[in-house]
Design a protein around this ligand. Structure first.
Ligand SMILES: Nc1nc2c(c(=O)[nH]1)N[C@H]1C(S)=C(S)[C@@H](COP(=O)(O)O)O[C@H]1N2
Ligand SMILES: [Mo]
Length: 154
C-alpha cells in the first residue's frame, strides 16, 4: 500500500462491544475457507478467482457485535458496510452472514489466486453475486449496526 512497513488494517466499528483493528495476518488466525468464484463485470467482462480467507461472520465475532444478544427479529434490522481504501463501499444485510438466516459463505479474503493480500488489504467475497461490484478490495473498514444508526460519518 505504501512504502512504510505498517501493514494496512481493517477497522471493525459501529455497534460492537470490542471495536478492533485486524491485519490480514491476524485474519489468517481464524478458520480459513476457500471459494472458487465467477462473476461478471460490466467493464472488464467475466472473471474467475480463487479466494481464501475467514468468514466475515467469524471476523465480526472477534469484535463482539451487540446485535448478537438480540432476537432473530431484532438482528434482522442490522446492516454492515464494507469500505475499500478508494472509498468504494457495499452494504450487506445481517441476514446474509447469520447462519440462522441465509448464512452465506461471505469471506474476507486474505489471498486471491494464491497471492497474499497483506499489502493491499483483504477483499470481500460474495460467492452468490453474479456482479463483481460487491467484491470490495483493499478493505479498510467494516461498520455494523442497526439501520437507523447508519450515516456516512459513523
Ligand atoms: N475497492 C474497490 N473494490 C472493487 C471495485 C472498486 O472500484 N474499488 N470494483 C468492483 C468491481 S465493479 C468489480 S467487477 C471487481 C473487479 O474485480 P477484478 O479484480 O477481478 O477486476 O472488483 C470490485 N471491487
Ligand atoms: Mo465491475
Amino acid at each position: 500500500m505504501s512504502s512504510t512497513t505498517t501493514a494496512p488494517a481493517v477497522l471493525l466499528h459501529g455497534h460492537l462491544d470490542r471495536p478492533t483493528e485486524l491485519t490480514v495476518r491476524q485474519l489468517r488466525e481464524l478458520p480459513c475457507h476457500r471459494a472458487e468464484v465467477s462473476f461478471d463485470c460490466r467493464t472488464s467482462g467475466p472473471q474467475r478467482h480463487s479466494f481464501q480467507g475467514p468468514k466475515l461472520w467469524d471476523v465480526l465475532h472477534a469484535a463482539k457485535p451487540r446485535a448478537d444478544s438480540g432476537t432473530r427479529k431484532a438482528r434482522l434490522g442490522h446492516l454492515l458496510t464494507v469500505t475499500g481504501a478508494d472509498g468504494h463501499f457495499a452494504v450487506l444485510s445481517w441476514a446474509e452472514i447469520d447462519p440462522e438466516f441465509s448464512g452465506r459463505g461471505i469471506l474476507l479474503a486474505t489471498s486471491i489466486d494464491g497471492r497474499p493480500l497483506d499489502a493491499a488489504g483483504p477483499q470481500l467475497v460474495v460467492p452468490e453475486d453474479t456482479c463483481g461490484a460487491r467484491y470490495v478490495s483493499g478493505i479498510t473498514a467494516v461498520w455494523v449496526g442497526p439501520l437507523h444508526a447508519w450515516s456516512a460519518a459513523s
